[in-house]
Structure formats: structure tokens, C-alpha cells
Design a protein around this ligand. Structure first.
Ligand code: CR6
Length: 866
């Protein structure tokens, strides 16, 4: 139309951008214009924010590609030892802003798109999150990729290219969680490079026949093959040319395959199911796991072979990190390749395997430890199951001849693994159990405990044990957790292998995304105050300690507090725009955001909110006016089949409805459940928080990583003595965190008491009883719908809400009291940020590189790599 400005921005800039020789516009502008015209085939006059985002992304991608190519060429040329991070989840979030930051091109692109009539902040909002994961474990993998590249370490990620990200969470009228698919690839993904030249064929089903020459080899044939196709995602390091690779596999049925015996549709479906389902409760299905680990190993092996090194040097050039047990089938798969395809003797193969793999455990919750039914594995992966049996037999054989084992672990495999009496058609596992039973009757308990195969109907493979036995080192993710791994689930293996195989690497978070990107104002204030460039402290986070003296400066405190306030306003705007709700900003912001799970105890939090509400209601107006104003935020998804977790969401939503509408109290207490929690939502919530809650039953949360993000952004922590909370308190000082609740050693006994000497809640914890009665009485509606949730507390109370409620309420009161002293609170906030240096994922990744993988930084030289 004549009124509309043509095009957006300055016409002469667009025109100049179309002429590649015009010196008056920047390269950035020219490149964006070029992508609008060529890659997108769009015209300037109808370009919307989404189109401008796409063109900018493609333009940034060009920059990444140059660095990525040089990095890969440099690796090929130098052939250093490399590490591969195998993870079923990579929760990357958005890419554009991160790529701009890491490339150091933020300002150029901001100005470039501005000259074309666009606002970079609006464009950034157009990107969809890559949500290929459930929670902490997947986000940890993403932080580790950022740090690996930033530290110039030769690390690649390997994962699955899910067609659907984790489900989109909708909340119904009555507060129920509904799940909608997240077709994140629908709008094309500018950040991935399809590699149709990199494909592998992966076999399933069929028969594995042992070769009866005593070599342990087998021939696996028949069944069906599926194609694995690589998609590469470039991972730029911060302030370095190094740009690593994340290779994601897509599955495709092989042409000409037998439709009768393999249903390709089902295969695709299985991949989707495993992605959306919570790792803890999902029905396990081995196809996608194998498919992905097998493709990754084939790819790793091909690259290794290109170096021309002999196979026995494999562990000198390759370290493979198993992110939890999901990729554990890589262990029998590498054995299969080495024995069946590379013709190695079992002992040589086992030596290579046990020097290549590293296993990180991320949970000690018994229900979360993966076990796969033997009959299923036998059906889908007959050769792998054979190998697992062979490992079991080698394991039991060795175990029962401890005196023959030298302290050098490599000798563990120097026995003939095939017992002289063993014939090929006798299942070695049973054979050894019988032999052992005869010879070492006293040791049967221990053997049964340690076996990779759990007896029962059906028998099951204990994946954590397989990962442990097949790895060079095993670690947990926070000090307390690593100790629990060593003293509980893997205790027998510590006795057997010696403690030196076991360690701890406390988790970390990337300060690029979790401070500079999500809280740019705070980042700028820090740079200004420390008189450092961002690069100087974002890569050496302990430099934050330089902020400590400024806690005593009144003007600095005022600046610090003003930023927190603006971050609250930003969050409030976000809630208003997305949900149409008005959140007050003159209040303390209290946040709990994480997967919904009983052990994380969102229930404790909501019961505490109700308690606060009832207390406020009981006060006279004059008394109430003295109360600390507070807004409580929840966000998080529940596994689709996790009934109790979904009820908790429903309760939160309905409590919010009642208390936000109560004119008597809503000045003092508001409550919001923000739907569809994601990385991007976390980036808005975390900088706005005054206090965040990490209140798991002691000993259940392996680490937690959002606790680190909140504290890095100057939010204080209310938590139990669990996971990384403990180490955060060690760093920032116990006076700056609010701890409550029973400690880990008490948990077992308390649970025993609940079962054998139950005390009625009315007696044990009257305040809690009152809250439960109000819910049952219908204060929040629901018509009895919450009873199953309340009954988990009334009966058994496995997560110890009745034990911790009173001290939780007391801790909340201390938080209120501390917040009333504004200046002291800000000091605590500054001191907390200042002492968070330890929790950079740079520190964590360097620990893996040095103490586990034995790899070194490989900087990309200046100039073009030849
Ligand atoms: N759920 C732990 O529970 C830890 C992350 C990353 C978890 C959590 O405490 O911070 O891993 N465990 O180490 C698993 O996923 C099995 C998680 O994210």
C-alpha cells in the first residue's frame, strides 16, 4: 500500500545490500539481504520478523561454517586424542543469540538488522527452542558442549535427532496438564547440516551364531537394517575459533526392506515415545538406543581408521563418555565390532573397551536405574545379549579368583575368558553360577548382587552395572552424590575394583548463557565494576570474587538491586504478554522450576504456600500489613503417565486461582504456574528470582543445576542439605543460604518409622494436618480429586514431608525476616554471585578432560588451516 513504508527500513540500504560491491553498508547487512533474496527467495517488502530471523540465522551460520571447517581440518591434521560425549538428550534451547555472543558479533548484527528495519530482540524471540531432552541431564550436556568448544577441547557430541522435542505442556481449564506434540523441525532448522554422505546401516533382530573355534566370535545375520543419517549442529566456543560438532542421527528405513517383518512406522513411533516419555517412568525400548550408539561407534571407528593407527591404540586416541546409562549398549557394540569385525581376541577387545569408556551416573533412585528385560534384548539384539552374557561369565570367573588378579586392572582380562569346560552351546552365565556355587558357596550373595543379570521373571540386564564394569572410570555429579554412588549402588564394585576407579565431577553451568545472555545488564555491571572485558571473567569465573568488596558500597548495591528489579519487570511483562495476567513487581519473587517429581517435593512448596495463605487469612488487617509481599512461581513438566506429579500441578493451578482472587490477601501473596517450562522460559525466570527452592528429600537429588543458575544471578537459595546445594553453601557461606530438613543419614530410619511406628499427622505435624484438611475440605475445589496425592503423605510418606514440614516453614520465616532487611539481603545476593566461580562448566569440563579423558586443548591456528 502507498502508506506502508517500502521496504521496512531504508530503501537505499536494501538496494545497496543487493549490490555486492557497495562499500557503504556492512558485510552483515549484505549477507542478511543476500539470504533473504537467495536462500529464502523472499522480497524485502513482505519480510516479517520470522523471515528476518531466518535470514539472520543463515548469515550467522555462514560465519560458523568457516570456523567449523577450520576446526575440523585442524583436528584431522593434528590427530589428537578426542572425546565423544554420548547423550540421549541435548537440551540446547535457542541458538542465534548464543552464536552471536560466541562469535563476538552481537553488536554488528544488532545494527545490521536495525538498518533493515528490524529489532534483534524481536527476531531472537522467533526462534523455537531445541528441546531434545527432559531436564537437567540434557541441559548439562548442552552446557558441556559450550564449555568444550570454549576451552578448545576436541569434543564431539553424539545424540538422536528427534522429530519432536519434549511435549508442549498445556494447562486445561481445571488445571490438568495436557501434552501436545512439539514439531520443532516444522519451520526448518537453520542450525543443522544434513550429511546425506554420512550414513550407516544398523542391524536389528536376526540370529547370532557363535563360531565354534573358541575365539568367541559370532556371525550375526538376518533381521532388518535401518539407515542412520547424520545431521551436524555447529557448536561455537566463546571467544575462540574452535567450533565443535554435535552429530545427531536420524533413522530411515532401508530401501527394499521386508515390510512383513519390520514395520518402519513402528520404529519411528518408538523413537518419539522414548523422547517424550520421562526417563524414569518410560517403557524402555532398545531400538533407538542401539541405533544411535551403533551409528556413533561406526562413525568414531571410521574416523579413527582414517588416521591409519593400529586398532590397539584406539584408547590412546578416543575417550567415550556415557552420559548416564542410556548409551551403555555402546559397550557390547564396541566388543562386537572388535571381535566379530576386527578379529580381535576377547581379551584384547575387552582391554580396549575398558580403557575407552567412561560412565557418569546421574541418579541413585532405585526406580530410575535402567534395567532391560533379557528376552527383549535377545530378540532385538541377539549378538549384544550374547556378549553381555560373556561379560557376565568373565566377570564371575574373575571375581571368584581374586588372588589371581594383579593390581593392574588390565590383567583382569588376561585370563582365558572361555572356561576350558565350556562348550559353545552352554550358556556361560549359568555355567559359571553353578561352578561358583560348588566352589565358593559363601560368596553367592555377593555374586548375585553384582551380576549384570538380575534374576527374576523376566531376567533383566542391570545397565548401570554393565556401564560400570565396561568403563575405565565412573563418576557422580556432586560430592554427596558420588559418595552415595560409591557406598550404595556400586559399593560391591568399589570393593572389587578399588576406589581409584571412582570419582566425582561436580556439575557446572555455562556462564555465557546463564549470566551474560540471560542477564545482560548484570553482566555489563560486573564487567564495569571489575574493569574487565566480559571475555576476561566469563572464561575465568572465579574472577567474580572481585565483586566482594563492592558488597559494602551503597551505590553498587543500589545498581545491583535496580537490575534485579528490572528483571522482575521483564518477567512480569512476559507473563502479561503470554498469559494475560498481571503480576505485581513490588514483591519478593520465589521460584521453583524443574521437572515435577515427588522427590523434588513441589508438593512441599505448595503446601507451604497454602499454609502462608491460611496464616495471612487469620491475621487482622493491621497485622497483615506488616507481612512480606511475595509472588511464588512454579514451572515444570510432569511425565505424561506420572499421575501424582500431574495432580500436584493441578493443585498448584487451583490454589493459584483461589488465592490470586482473594482481595483480602492477594496484595501479600500471589501464585503462578507458568506452563510449558523450557530453556528460554528459564532464561527469563532465573534473573528475576530473589529466592529459589531446591527442596528434595535429602540424598535424592544427585546435583541439581538450576540451583547454580539462580545463585550466579544473585538469587538466594532455600534448600535441603542435598546435591550441589551443599557445595554451593560451602562456597558462598552458610549464612547466605537457607537450609532446612533432615539429613541424608536420617532418611532410612525415618522411612522405617513411617512404616512400622506411624504417628498420626495431627499429632506429628498439626500445621501440616490443617493444610491437608483444608484441601480435603474443598477449599481449592476438585471434589476429592487430590486425595490420592494427599494419601501419599498420610500413608508411608516416602519423601518425608511430615518430617520436614515444620523446619521448612521455619526456614521460610527466616527468608521473610532476612528479606525485610533490604540492604543486608542485597549484600548476600552480591556475595553469592561473587562466590559462584566453581560452578562454571568450564571447570567441570576441564576436570573431565584432565582426570578422565586425558585430552588437551587444540587451538585453531590463525589464518587458514591448510
Ligand atoms: N534428573 C539429576 O536428577 C542432575 C542432572 C544432571 C539428573 C539431577 O540432580 O543435576 O541429572 N539425573 O547431572 C538424571 O537425569 C538421571 C536429572 O536431570
Amino acid at each position: 500500500s502507498g502508506k506502508e513504508k517500502w521496504p521496512k527500513g531504508e530503501e537505499k540500504v536494501w538496494r545497496a545490500g543487493m549490490r555486492s560491491v557497495d562499500k557503504n553498508i556492512s558485510d552483515v547487512t549484505r549477507s542478511v539481504v543476500n539470504h533473504v533474496q537467495t536462500s529464502l527467495a523472499r522480497q524485502p517488502y513482505n519480510l516479517d520478523d520470522f523471515g528476518a530471523y531466518q535470514a539472520s540465522a543463515l548469515s550467522v551460520r555462514d560465519n560458523l561454517l568457516v570456523n567449523w571447517n577450520e576446526t575440523q581440518m585442524n583436528y584431522t591434521r593434528k590427530a589428537p586424542k578426542r572425546a565423544y560425549y554420548l547423550s540421549l538428550e541435548f537440551l540446547m534451547g535457542r541458538t542465534l543469540d548464543n552464536a552471536l555472543l560466541n562469535l563476538g558479533l552481537k553488536d554488528q548484527y544488532k545494527d545490521g538488522v536495525k538498518s533493515l528495519g528490524f529489532n534483534m530482540e524481536d527476531l531472537l524471540e522467533k526462534e523455537r527452542d531445541a528441546a531434545l531432552g527432559n531436564g537437567g541431564l540434557g541441559r548439562l550436556a548442552a552446557c558441556y558442549l559450550d564449555s568444550s568448544a570454549s576451552q578448545e577441547l576436541p569434543v564431539w557430541g553424539y545424540g538422536l535427532r528427534y522429530k519432536y522435542g519434549i511435549f508442549q505442556q498445556l494447562i486445561s481449564q481445571d488445571g490438568e496438564q495436557l501434552e501436545a506434540p512439539d514439531p520443532w523441525l516444522e519451520n526448518q532448522n537453520p542450525w543443522e547440516l544434513p550429511r546425506i554422505d554420512v550414513t550407516y546401516q544398523i542391524r536389528f533382530y536376526g540370529n547370532a551364531d557363535r563360531v565354534t573355534d573358541g575365539s568367541g566370535r559370532a556371525i550375526w545375520q538376518g533381521g532388518q537394517e535401518v539407515l542412520a543419517i547424520a545431521y551436524d549442529v555447529m557448536i561455537p566456543g566463546y571467544g575462540t575459533k574452535t567450533t565443535n560438532n554435535l552429530r545427531l542421527w536420524e533413522s530411515k528405513p532401508k530401501r527394499g526392506f521386508d515390510l512383513n517383518s519390520f514395520n518402519a512406522g513402528n520404529y519411528e513411533g518408538a523413537v518419539e515415545v522414548s523422547n517424550s516419555a520421562d526417563a524414569i517412568t518410560s517403557v524402555l525400548y532398545p531400538n533407538d538406543h542401539t541405533f544411535w550408539t551403533a551409528a556413533s561407534l561406526a562413525d568414531i571407528l571410521r574416523r579413527f581408521k582414517n588416521t591409519g593407527k593400529p586398532i590397539k591404540e584406539f584408547p590412546d586416541y578416543i575417550a567415550i563418555q556415557l552420559n548416564d546409562t542410556h548409551p551403555t549398549l555402546a559397550i557390547p557394540e564396541l566388543m562386537r565390532i572388535l571381535i566379530d569385525e576386527e578379529d580381535l581376541h576377547w581379551n584384547q577387545a575387552w582391554h580396549i573397551v575398558t580403557n575407552t569408556f567412561f560412565y557418569t551416573n546421574h541418579t541413585v533412585l532405585p526406580e530410575a536405574l535402567e534395567k532391560w528385560p533379557v528376552p527383549l534384548l535377545e530378540h532385538v539384539l541377539p549378538r549384544h545379549m550374547q556378549i553381555i552374557y560373556d561379560i557376565v561369565s568373565a566377570q564371575s570367573y574373575i571375581f571368584h579368583r581374586p588372588k589371581l588378579i594383579s593390581s593392574d586392572r588390565t590383567c583382569m582380562v588376561s585370563f582365558p575368558y572361555v572356561h576350558p569346560e565350556l562348550t559353545a552351546d552352554v550358556a556361560p552365565f549359568r555355567f559359571f553360577l553353578q561352578a561358583v556355587e560348588k566352589k565358593y558357596p559363601g560368596d553367592r550373595d555377593r555374586l548375585a548382587r553384582m551380576s549384570l543379570i538380575e534374576e527374576g521373571a523376566p531376567k533383566q540386564v542391570r545397565m548401570a552395572f554393565l556401564a560400570c564394569v565396561g568403563s575405565r572410570k565412573v563418576n557422580g555429579v556432586a560430592e554427596l552424590h558420588s559418595e552415595l554412588v560409591q557406598t550404595t549402588i556400586l559399593k560391591d564394585f568399589v570393593d572389587f575394583d578399588g576406589i581409584s576407579k571412582f570419582g566425582n565431577v561436580t556439575n557446572g553451568i555455562t556462564p555465557r548463557r546463564w549470566l551474560d545472555q540471560c542477564n545482560p545488564e548484570l553482566s555489563a555491571l560486573i564487567s564495569k565494576t571489575l574493569q574487565l572485558s566480559p571475555g576476561a571473567w566469563l572464561k575465568e569465573l572465579t574472577k567474580l570474587e572481585g565483586l566482594l568488596p563492592y558488597a559494602e558500597s551503597k551505590t553498587f548495591r543500589a545498581e545491583w538491586a535496580a537490575i534485579k528489579q528490572r528483571n522482575k519487570e521483564r518477567l512480569a511483562r512476559h507473563v502479561e504478554v503470554t498469559l494475560g495476567l498481571k503480576v505485581r513487581t513490588d514483591a519478593m519473587y520465589d521460584v521453583q522450576i524443574k521437572r515435577l517429581h515427588e522427590y523434588k517435593r513441589q508438593t512441599l512448596n505448595i503446601l507451604g504456600v497454602i499454609h502462608r495463605y491460611l496464616t495471612l487469612k487469620s491475621l487482622k488487617p493491621a497485622e497483615r500489613a506488616k507481612a512480606n509481599r511475595k509472588v511464588v512461581f512454579f514451572a515444570g513438566k510432569a511425565a505424561p503417565a506420572y499421575y501424582i506429579a500431574k495432580l500436584t500441578i493441578r493443585l498448584i493451578v487451583n490454589v493459584a486461582r483461589v488465592i490470586n482472587a482473594d482481595p483480602e490477601t492477594n496484595e501479600y501473596l500471589q501464585l503462578y504456574f507458568l506452563p510449558d517450562y523450557s530453556v528460554s522460559l528459564a532464561e527469563v525466570l532465573i534473573p528475576a528470582s530473589d529466592i529459589s527452592q531446591h527442596i528434595s528429600t535429602a540424598g535424592t537429588e544427585a546435583s541439581g543445576t538450576s540451583n547454580m543458575k539462580f545463585c550466579l544471578n544473585g538469587g538466594l537459595l532455600l534448600g535441603t542439605v542435598d546435591g550441589a546445594n551443599i557445595e554451593i553453601a560451602e562456597e558462598v557461606g552458610e549464612s547466605n543460604v537457607f537450609f532446612f530438613g533432615h539429613l541424608t543419614p536420617a532418611v532410612e530410619d525415618l522411612r522405617y518409622q513411617h512404616v512400622y511406628h506411624p504417628v498420626p499427622i495431627e499429632q506429628k505435624c498439626p500445621a501440616l494436618a490443617q493444610v491437608l484438611n483444608q484441601i480435603s475440605g474443598g477449599l481449592f475445589g476438585g471434589d476429592g480429586v487430590y486425595e490420592p496425592l494427599l494419601n501419599t503423605i498420610r500413608q508411608g510418606d516416602y519423601y518425608l514431608l511430615t518430617d520436614d514440614f515444620d523446619s521448612y516453614i521455619a526456614a521460610l520465616a527466616m527468608v521473610d525476616e532476612a528479606y525485610l532487611d533490604k540492604e543486608e539481603w542485597i549484600k548476600k545476593s552480591i556475595k553469592t554471585t561473587a562466590k559462584m566461580g566453581k560452578f562454571s562448566s568450564d571447570r567441570a569440563i576441564n576436570e573431565y578432560a584432565e582426570s578422565y579423558w586425558n585430552i588437551e586443548a587444540i587451538p585453531v591456528p590463525d589464518g587458514i588451516v591448510a
